[in-house]
Design a protein around this ligand. Structure first.
Ligand code: NAG
Ligand code: NAG
Ligand code: NAG
Length: 209
């Protein structure tokens, strides 16, 4: 009997600890965020427009280097996401466009809305590449923190929507991190096992110092 009572007491405590303390906390994105997110805007000032995001209506301008673009609905751009554990990205890939190898701090689910793409990721235990051609309506999952990519292999532009399980999931492109940063040429050579000329060439392309 006592055990049952204890069980219920602990269950109740556990529930209370996870209790949702408010309906929403729309970010004041003029402040800087901490690990828990942003401070809340005064709820009395909120309107329906704080909860609606319209930037996905159109493509952002394509980056000529990869013929692709990302439009972000992270908490910075869409403050209503603050504390809700969600964010989204609209990806546009022109014909031949590529979203180069990158990672986030969270898992990602990607759905194809227009076009045909090859999308995939590389696992970290066996370095196996998992990739496939996806058509409109197909979905793929990129597990948390693994390197992944998308390539438009169709004859028309592609539009993709990604959902990530954090309002600020980050984004790190491998080639920009390595060749677009101030990591010295000698260290890039050593850490990536590349020769001097290759590193200089890539640093020039990606704008690293
Ligand atoms: C901050 O949020 C507003 C919407 O409330 C948005 O219009 C603005 O672009 C955001 N600022 C930045 C830097 O993304
Ligand atoms: C980039 O994409 C646009 C739109 O799909 C396309 O017209 C153009 O030919 C592409 N550019 C290259 C270099 O493939
Ligand atoms: C690891 O990768 C190799 C080569 O790609 C493959 O043959 C093997 O089945 C993989 N092992 C596991 C456990 O996935």
């Amino acid at each position: 009997m006592n055990n049952i009572l204890l069980f219920f007491t602990f269950s109740l405590l556990a529930t209370l600890c996870n209790a949702i303390t408010h309906d929403f906390c729309v970010a004041n994105n003029q402040t800087s965020p901490g690990p828990e997110g942003y401070a809340c805007k005064d709820p009395a000032t909120l309107t329906i427009d704080d909860f609606v995001y319209t930037a996905f209506r159109n493509s952002s301008p394509l980056n000529p280097m990869f013929n692709s673009s990302g439009t972000f609905a992270y908490v910075k751009q869409f403050p209503a996401l603050n504390g809700l554990g969600l964010s989204m990205i609209r990806l546009d890939l022109g014909v031949g466009g590529v979203v180069p190898l990158h990672t986030h701090r969270t898992s990602e689910i990607l759905i194809v809305s227009q076009g045909t793409v090859v999308a995939g990721f590389i696992d970290s235990s066996n370095y196996s590449a998992y990739y496939k051609k996806l058509e409109v309506g197909d979905m793929i999952i990129f597990p948390e923190s693994l390197l992944h990519f998308q390539v438009n292999v169709g004859a028309t532009p592609a539009v993709l929507f990604a959902t990530l399980h954090d309002p600020n999931p980050g984004l790190q492109f491998t080639s920009f991190a390595v060749f677009g940063s101030n990591l010295p040429v000698e260290l890039v050579e050593k850490t990536l096992h590349l020769d001097h000329e290759q590193v200089l060439k890539q640093k020039k392309i990606f704008g690293g110092s």
